[in-house]
Design a protein around this ligand. Structure first.
Ligand SMILES: Cc1cc2nc3c(=O)[nH]c(=O)nc-3n(C[C@H](O)[C@H](O)[C@H](O)COP(=O)(O)O)c2cc1C
Length: 169
């Protein structure tokens, strides 16, 4: 039977959840990135993606300036990097150095791809929209890259200690 419950807890109960790495660059072309689960396609033609990024995240601030970003879909080999990219801030550490993830040049934008990722989308910023604690970042996918030998990792929920459980499909 459906029962009325706590909104925040019930929003988090909608699992499994997929997520991406969002890569940006600073004025010296140094890359940073974050993990984002709040994202969706919002148009087929043109191909648009929307990301809800925290207003204070370094990634959001960098994308506002450079007007470009990469969406990278992770797999199991990137599991360790999720902690670094999803919990640490790019103005405090070099996440690529820390995680040992490899960057490779993109085709149409200055922001690099993640070599280890399953899919990478090169995006050009179309719009930002003020929402709540996050701002919506809308980008047009201008180039797509796919390593079809690799799978995609999802968040299945949390264990008893509150640690995220990841599974690859
Ligand atoms: C699984 C997961 C999903 C996340 N999803 C989002 C998200 O959708 N939006 C967001 O703003 N932060 C999200 N975060 C948190 C950011 O990745 C985190 O705040 C990051 O440290 C920001 O880095 P930056 O300041 O270098 O940009 C998520 C973290 C994890 C682990």
């Amino acid at each position: 039977m459906l029962k009325q419950t706590d909104i925040q807890k019930t929003l988090s109960a909608f699992k499994p959840e997929n997520f991406v790495f969002v890569i940006s660059i600073d004025k010296n072309n140094k890359p940073n990135g974050m993990v984002a689960a709040w994202k969706t396609r919002i148009s087929g033609t043109p191909p648009l993606y929307a990301l809800a990024l925290g207003q204070s995240s370094n990634t959001y601030k960098l994308i506002k300036k450079s007007k470009e970003f990469v969406i990278a879909v992770p797999n199991k080999s990137m599991e360790k990097a999720i902690k670094i990219f999803g919990h640490q801030h790019g103005d405090e550490i070099d996440k690529f150095k820390e995680s040992k993830l490899t960057t490779i040049p993109a085709k149409k934008i200055k922001v690099p791809l993640i070599k280890e990722a399953t899919i990478c989308y090169e995006c050009k910023l179309v719009n930002t929209i003020k929402t709540g604690s996050c701002n919506l970042v809308v980008g047009e996918v201008v180039v797509a890259h796919h390593n079809k030998k690799k799978k995609v990792i999802l968040v299945m929920g949390k264990d008893k200690e509150g640690k995220r459980i990841f599974k690859e499909f």
